[in-house]
Design a protein around this ligand. Structure first.
Ligand code: MLT
Length: 398
C-alpha cells in the first residue's frame, strides 16, 4: 500500500502567506467596496526597468524567427549570464568562476531543493523567526531542525547553534526581521562551519537593499567562506523579477565536506539540476543579463532606492505614531512590535479591520515572531503613505 509522506502532517495546512490572503479575502467579501492596502507578501509593484524590457522584447523576437530560434539552453544557465554573474561578484571583490554559477528560476526553489545534495540525516539549523521555506521544506524532508533564536535581545541576529548542526541557513538582510549581519557575525558562522565541517546556505536575495557599506553583501566577502558556503541569489527583489522568475545559486568548487572532496558538491548540484530542472526561461535569462549590465544596474538600483524610500516612510511614520519598529534600514521589511501585548494575529485583525491594511503576522515565521508583524515596503508610494497614515490614525500604539 502506498503511504503518504508523513511529514506533511508536521507542517501547517497552508503555506503561511496563503492564510494571510484568505483572511484578507474574507474581509473583502464582508466589506465590499472597502479598499485594502497590501503590505504583506514581499511582492514587487514597479514595472521592469527599460533595459530589461528591451532585452526581453529582443529575446522574443529572436524566438520568433527560424534562424535565431533557440530551444533548451545550457543546462547550468546561459554561459553569458553565468559569466556576467561572476563579473558582478568580481566588482565586489569576490572571485568566482562561471562554473560555480547555476542559473535558477528564483531563490525559493533552490532554498528548498539544495539540501537534496546532502544526507537526509543532516541536522539543519535555522533561525526563529525564519523565511518559512527553509523550515517547511526541511520538515517535509524529514530532517531534524535546530532553532537559533533571533530576538530583540540579540538584535534579531542569532547566536551560533547551541547543538551541532550540519547545514545552517542564514539570510541577511533578513526576511522577516529586516536585520543585517555584520562582518564579525558572519565570520563567526564561517568559523563555526569550518570547525564543525558544516555547510552554510546563505540566502542573499535582499543584498541590494544594504545601505551600510560595512555590511557584507555576499557571504564570500568573508575569508574562506568558499570552502563552507553556498549562496543563493535572486533577481526578484533586486530587479522586479518576482513574476518573471530568475535567480542563481553559487556552489563553489572549493566547497568540501568530510565525505566529499572539493568539486564534488558542485558536480552533485549539476547532476541534480540537469536531471530535475530544465533551465530558466531564455527570455528571463536575456532580461537578467540586461539587469546586470552597467545601465541595467543603474536602473535597478534606482528601483531599489524607491522601495527603500518606502521603507523609510513606514519606519519613520510608525515610529512617529508611537510604535516600536526594527529593520527597514538595509532591508525592505519592517519588524513592528505589536502594542499592548497583542498577539500577531490579534493585531493583524485590528490593522485589517480598522486601518484596512494587510500585514504579515510575525508568528507565521516562528514562535519568536509572536507579538510582531512584518510590514513590507514593496508597494506604490501613494499606497504606502496611505497605509501608514491609516495605521497611525486608526490604531493605538500602546
Ligand atoms: C516574502 O514575502 O517573504 C517573499 O516575497 C516571499 C518570497 O520571496 O518567496
Amino acid at each position: 500500500m502506498v503511504k503518504v509522506n508523513p511529514h506533511y502532517a508536521e507542517v501547517s495546512e497552508n503555506y503561511m502567506f496563503l492564510d494571510v490572503v484568505k483572511r484578507a479575502r474574507a474581509f473583502t467579501e464582508k466589506n465590499p467596496g472597502v479598499k485594502i492596502l497590501k503590505l504583506a507578501i514581499g511582492n514587487t509593484t514597479e514595472p521592469l526597468v527599460p533595459s530589461v524590457v528591451a532585452a526581453m522584447h529582443a529575446s522574443v523576437d529572436k524566438l520568433a524567427a527560424r534562424e535565431s530560434y533557440t530551444g533548451y539552453g545550457d543546462e547550468q544557465g546561459n554561459t553569458d549570464l553565468r559569466q556576467a554573474v561572476a563579473t558582478w561578484y568580481g566588482a565586489r571583490g569576490v572571485t568566482l568562476d562561471a562554473s560555480e554559477v547555476f542559473i535558477s528560476d528564483g531563490a525559493k526553489p533552490d532554498c528548498a531543493n539544495i539540501v537534496s545534495i546532502f544526507s537526509d540525516e543532516s541536522i539543519v539549523a535555522i533561525q526563529d523567526p525564519v523565511y518559512p521555506v527553509y523550515r517547511d521544506a526541511n520538515t517535509i524532508g524529514g530532517r531534524r531542525i535546530v532553532y537559533m533564536a533571533a530576538t530583540e535581545a540579540n538584535g534579531f541576529v542569532p547566536a551560533l547553534p547551541s547543538e551541532h548542526a550540519d547545514i545552517i541557513f542564514l539570510c541577511s538582510p533578513n526576511n522577516p526581521t529586516g536585520a543585517v549581519m555584520t562582518r564579525e557575525q558572519l565570520q563567526a558562522f564561517v568559523d563555526y562551519a569550518l570547525a564543525n565541517k558544516s555547510v552554510i546556505i546563505f540566502d542573499a536575495a535582499y543584498s541590494e537593499y544594504i545601505r551600510d557599506a560595512n555590511i557584507p553583501r555576499s557571504i564570500y566577502e568573508i575569508p574562506r567562506a568558499v570552502e563552507c558556503a553556498i549562496e543563493i541569489q535572486s533577481f526578484s527583489k533586486a530587479a522586479g523579477f518576482t513574476g518573471v522568475r530568475l535567480g542563481w545559486t553559487i556552489v563553489p568548487q572549493a566547497l568540501a565536506t568530510e565525505d566529499a572532496a572539493a568539486g564534488a558538491l558542485n558536480k552533485y548540484w549539476h547532476r541534480r539540476q540537469s536531471t530535475m530542472f530544465n533551465g530558466a526561461s531564455n527570455i528571463a535569462q536575456e532580461g537578467g543579463l540586461a539587469a546586470l549590465s552597467p545601465q541595467g544596474q543603474k536602473e535597478t538600483h534606482e528601483q531599489v532606492d524607491y522601495y527603500m524610500e518606502n521603507a523609510r516612510v513606514i519606519r519613520e511614520g510608525l515610529t512617529k505614531a508611537g510604535f516600536t519598529v526594527f529593520g527597514g534600514e538595509s532591508a525592505p521589511y519592517i519588524w513592528l512590535k505589536c502594542p499592548a501585548g497583542l498577539s500577531s494575529w490579534q493585531f493583524f485583525d485590528q490593522i485589517l479591520e480598522k486601518a484596512h491594511v494587510v500585514t504579515t503576522p510575525g508568528s507565521g515565521f516562528g514562535g519568536n515572531g509572536e507579538g510582531y508583524m512584518r510590514v513590507s515596503a514593496f508597494g506604490h508610494r501613494e499606497d504606502i503613505e496611505e497605509a501608514v497614515r491609516s495605521i497611525a490614525a486608526n490604531l493605538k500604539a500602546v
